[in-house]
Design a protein around this ligand. Structure first.
Ligand code: SAM
Length: 326
């Protein structure tokens, strides 16, 4: 996938006057901090306005791709649902704002909570370039998610790449709070790493105990069958612009963003038979699928003998849901 044109141009515009060399150097420092995993003692990976610029240049396209993919899978299980109001917690430069308004163009009121002034300023400026009125008119609030804050109930609540930055003791409290203001669906996205998945798994258990239906990616609300140090994650390929290639000192024209996610809803989604957990292995006479199903993890082999099923299986991708008639 590519970024929506208006977001791509907005980024190019806002980063145009920053010297490439300084972005690349900050990207290097920032990615080392993120690779280190846990947030530093001061509780944030982002220290300066240069860090915010670097985040926008090197992370925003990839996190946009992951958030878009997670929201789009949510939409497929709730095709008749059209959220009108949304809250995004830990909004950064507004990545989920742009992604959600692509998936649900009728979103009308979007509230963003973020504690970093530079992020808010950058996100607001980026949003001035949006085609969508909901993106341009979103409200930004300076809020520490771990402190006192209030919100009206919202149809859609999201938090992306944030749990990872919070102290373990605070994650459960934040998830409870986000669920309490969700009138329909809460979507949580984290890096597709064992640690990122462990936060998603914890949130999953907590939300099921609170009465939620898991509409994506899981085909059921049963205990997660992932075991043996394996972790449920997906990947979204995103094109890299020239600017990103320079910022990351990378040569490939794309990157694959790995992510784990969960969409917890107060309503049931359309039933699915399975979720595809790996790239399908396409061999000369058969296709090998690794699936999560209500009966547990399954390996499924589709042979060329079953022509119709084989044709269908060739189109299946990692992360797809299989409908009950598949
Ligand atoms: C990795 S960035 C993710 C930004 C955005 N959600 C995305 O996916 O691109 C994490 C964001 O969460 C914000 N954040 C972290 N802890 C926070 C807190 N306690 N209160 C509010 N915002 C917080 C950071 O300032 C940062 O902008």
């Amino acid at each position: 996938m590519d970024l929506p044109t208006d977001l791509r141009l907005a980024l190019t515009n806002e980063l145009a006057n920053i010297p490439q060399k300084s972005i690349a150097a900050t990207v290097e420092r920032l990615s080392n901090r993120y690779r280190g995993g846990h947030p530093p003692a001061e509780g944030t990976f982002l220290h300066t306005s240069a860090d915010v610029i670097a985040y926008a240049a090197y992370r925003l396209p990839a996190t946009f791709a992951a958030i878009y993919a997670a929201l789009n899978e949510t939409r497929k299980r709730r095709p008749d649902w059209q959220p009108r109001t949304m809250l995004d917690a830990g909004a950064g430069p507004g990545t989920a704002l742009w992604a959600a308004s692509q998936v649900w163009p009728d979103l009308a009121q979007i509230a963003l909570l973020e504690r970093d002034d530079d992020m808010i300023a950058f996100g607001k400026q980026l949003a001035t370039h949006a085609r969508s009125a909901a993106v341009r008119e979103a409200t930004w609030q300076k809020v520490d998610l771990l402190g006192q804050w209030e919100s009206e109930p919202k149809d859609l609540v999201t938090t992306a790449y944030v749990l990872n930055e919070l102290p373990a003791s605070q994650r459960e409290t934040l998830i409870n709070k986000l669920w309490s203001i969700t009138t329909d669906t809460l979507v949580i996205i984290e890096p597709g790493t064992p640690i990122g998945f462990s936060h998603i798994l914890q949130a999953r258990q907590q939300l099921i105990a609170a009465g939620a239906n898991i509409v994506a990616p899981c085909p059921h609300n049963l205990p997660c069958p992932m075991a043996n140090n394996d972790w449920c994650h997906f990947a979204q390929r995103i094109a890299r612009s020239q600017l990103q290639r320079q910022a990351k000192q990378a040569t490939l024209s794309y990157e694959d963003e790995k992510f784990s996610y969960i969409a917890a809803s107060r309503t049931k989604g359309l039933p699915i038979r399975a979720r595809v957990l790996r790239h399908p292995q396409i061999r000369p006479g058969h296709i090998h699928l690794e699936l999560c199903t209500p009966e547990g993890l399954q390996n499924s082999i589709v042979t060329r003998k079953d022509k119709a099923a084989f044709r269908e299986a060739r189109a299946i991708e990692w992360g797809n849901a299989l409908s009950p008639d598949h």
